[in-house]
Design a protein around this ligand. Structure first.
Ligand SMILES: C[S@@+](CC[C@H](N)C(=O)[O-])C[C@H]1O[C@@H](n2cnc3c(N)ncnc32)[C@H](O)[C@@H]1O
Length: 308
């Protein structure tokens, strides 16, 4: 839902009470059902979904979950066209056009048997073909697991498709997180597991309150999340941290200028930077001053940081 909330923030969700959705590698329908919940809140009455998936049993579960979620009022009515097909063999140009085309944790499962360069080209071609399936004002949302390898691959695809990028970037230059091998761009969402499960996750040493993912939202109409900030170089996204140590906290930020590190001493916390108390990977921030690429900025009490 994070990427869709950014579309909502920019007023770039599909218009109308019926949304057409194309869900590729749909599995049990988790991606569509996640967006359906947001659609419900946005007043959408019906989703017309074409789901392409190679596993027939998953598609059956998808249909059941969609029916049951609608029956208890969680999601709008879902009119599901389930297509059991292999995406690698499919002529994507023949798929129906949609307002939202979603690839949830599925892009990395395509063309796995190919060599690196060839695989990347094939995935890029897939995304370009899917951009051709967007209705006017539509978005293509790709969500991938937040591993270093897969996130960096998505960043590479982002650079190749830069003129189509709506989010996550607040810049149109090359991705600065590709420069050093150890960096990768991903976001996280607070996520509450049901009680019983939360305890088990904790005793197994799993982090329970964060859902991490890498994503790319693409459009063909030139709209960008960055426009919400009037393309300002002072708009930043948190791409690293918070790292807390000896009386201070640090975050890495990405913006039109490149990468900057900000540092706040605990004793210099002020209302002007209160938004940093909860800033984490993916958070959007606006600084009240310019900072150059590669520079550090100490967030003294007079430095204003806006989170809206
Ligand atoms: C990790 S699951 C993600 C499912 C769902 N989108 C989600 O977000 O939970 C990836 C799905 O992609 C499907 N898939 C992988 N390769 C495929 C292909 N070549 N054609 C169709 N489906 C494929 C798998 O069967 C699996 O259901």
């Amino acid at each position: 839902q994070g990427p869709l909330e950014e579309l909502a923030r920019a007023g770039a969700l599909p218009a109308g009470e019926t949304w057409r959705v194309l869900d590729l590698g749909a599995g049990l329908g988790t991606t569509t059902l996640g967006l359906a919940e947001l659609a419900q809140r946005a007043g959408v009455k019906k989703l017309e979904v074409t789901a392409v998936e190679q596993d027939a049993a998953s598609l059956d579960v998808f249909a059941t979950l969609a029916r049951e979620a609608h029956a208890v009022g969680l999601v709008p009515e879902v009119k599901l066209e389930a297509r059991r097909e292999d995406l690698e063999d499919l002529d994507l140009a023949r798929l129906p056009k949609a307002d939202l085309v979603v690839l949830g944790l599925a892009l990395n499962e395509l063309y796995r048997d190919r060599e690196d360069a060839d695989r990347l080209d094939a995935r890029e071609a897939t995304l370009r073909a899917l951009l051709g399936r967007l209705r006017p004002g539509g978005s293509l949302v790709v969500v991938e697991p937040a591993t270093r390898e897969l996130s960096r691959e998505l960043q590479t695809l982002r650079d190749r498709l830069v003129e189509r990028v709506f989010a996550p970037c607040l810049r149109d230059g090359p991705c600065p997180l590709l420069t050093r091998e150890r960096d990768w761009c991903h976001a996280q969402l607070p996520f509450d597991l049901p009680e019983g499960l939360a305890e088990r996750a904790e005793s197994a040493g799993l982090r329970r309150q964060r859902l991490t993912y890498a994503y790319l939202t693409l459009r063909t109409d030139g709209r960008r999340l960055w426009d919400v900030f009037d393309g300002s170089p002072r708009a930043h996204r948190v791409v690293g941290g918070p790292v807390r140590s000896k009386g201070k906290t640090e975050w890495d930020l990405c913006s039109a200028e490149g990468l900057v590190r900000i540092r706040r001493l605990d004793r210099e916390r002020s209302d002007a930077s209160a938004v940093l108390d909860t800033a984490e990977r993916g958070t959007l921030l606006t600084l009240d001053r310019d900072v150059e690429d590669g520079r550090d900025l100490r967030i003294r009490p007079d430095v204003g940081v806006d989170g809206s």
